[in-house]
Design a protein around this ligand. Structure first.
Ligand SMILES: NC(=O)c1ccc[n+]([C@@H]2O[C@H](COP(=O)([O-])OP(=O)(O)OC[C@H]3O[C@@H](n4cnc5c(N)ncnc54)[C@H](O)[C@@H]3O)[C@@H](O)[C@H]2O)c1
Length: 266
């Protein structure tokens, strides 16, 4: 899919991995609609990027909020004349909790719902609500492409750690949606790719203790460091541009396999 002259919807685009995607899309001549709850960061990013970006406040866990944000984005696309090219639902949260703690208390459903509603339902709902607009764009190039959806899973989809039952459930589900979604959308010329990162530098991981960070380093192969947001977005750019990438979950982890016992939040 060509980036230049197209609009990409990025949830969670105000910070971390989503923000890196917004920066790279705009650098490549595309437009980015940043849908996020963090108004301060979102507005600051638009100030930095100028006319190629817009910020729309959105809670992906609230379907009315998603509907309003999609409407505002559609209006913006009409104004700029740059058709939709893809969706990157990168908004996500972690809330660690053992399924059963030492006091014999099971994890609260409120904590489970919080994670599932944002990471899974929010991903699916944003994709669902933007799709009718993406699917009605004029097909592009010799293959008749209409766009690409790039979802964000995690190493936890495969090796959830202690305390990550809800998070792993949400990310495993995102990974599992990839192929059926690609199959559903092939008739429209829309591809689906999911990236599953290990630990990356972002606001989400900034709060981790030194003990956890050092412990995680031991589990890393090469390079023995957290990934950088721009290393994530560089794969996203490739996934947008390479038409043969479809229906696949790509691990981006430097061969790290998460161990059991370090409780991390991502
Ligand atoms: N950083 C990592 O190590 C790592 C690893 C694996 C997967 N991930 C995934 O990458 C994605 C991006 O995370 P990040 O590391 O950039 O974190 P981050 O905290 O820097 O960014 C997440 C963004 O999502 C936004 N957000 C949170 N809840 C929202 C909601 N309900 N509606 C709209 N926006 C909301 C936040 O405001 C924030 O701007 C998440 O899905 C996360 O699970 C991150």
């Amino acid at each position: 899919m060509q980036i230049k002259g197209r609009t990409f919807v990025v949830s969670g685009g105000a910070s971390g991995l989503g923000r890196a995607c917004v920066l790279d899309i705009c650098k490549a001549g595309g437009n980015a609609a940043i849908l996020d709850m963090n108004e301060e960061l979102g507005n600051a990013l638009v100030k930095e990027l100028g006319a190629s970006a817009t910020f729309v406040v959105c809670d992906v866990a609230d379907t009315d909020s998603v509907a309003a944000a999609v409407k505002a984005t559609v209006d913006w696309v009409k104004k700029t004349g740059k058709p939709f090219g893809g969706i990157i639902p990168a908004a996500g949260v972690g809330r660690p909790g053992l399924i059963l703690d030492r006091q014999n208390q099971p994890v609260s459903l409120e904590a489970v719902d919080f994670v599932l509603n944002i990471n899974l339902r929010g991903t699916l709902d944003l994709v669902r609500q933007v799709l009718p607009h993406l699917a009605t764009t004029t097909p592009y190039g010799p293959d008749g492409e209409r766009g690409v959806i790039i979802m964000v899973a995690s190493s936890a989809a495969f090796e959830g750690q202690m305390g990550q039952v809800a998070y792993a459930a949400s990310k495993g589900a995102v990974a599992s949606m990839t192929l059926p979604m690609a199959r559903d959308l092939s008739r429209f010329g829309i591809r689906v790719v999911t990236v599953a990162p290990s630990m990356f530098d972002s606001a989400m991981t900034a709060g981790m203790s030194d003990k956890v960070k050092t412990g995680l380093k031991k589990a890393m192969e090469f390079p023995a460091r957290a990934g950088k947001p721009e290393e994530f977005s560089s794969l996203v750019i490739q996934a947008i541009e390479n038409v043969m990438l479809n229906g696949v979950v790509i691990r981006l982890d430097g061969a790290t396999r998460m161990p059991s016992k370090l409780q991390v939040i991502h």
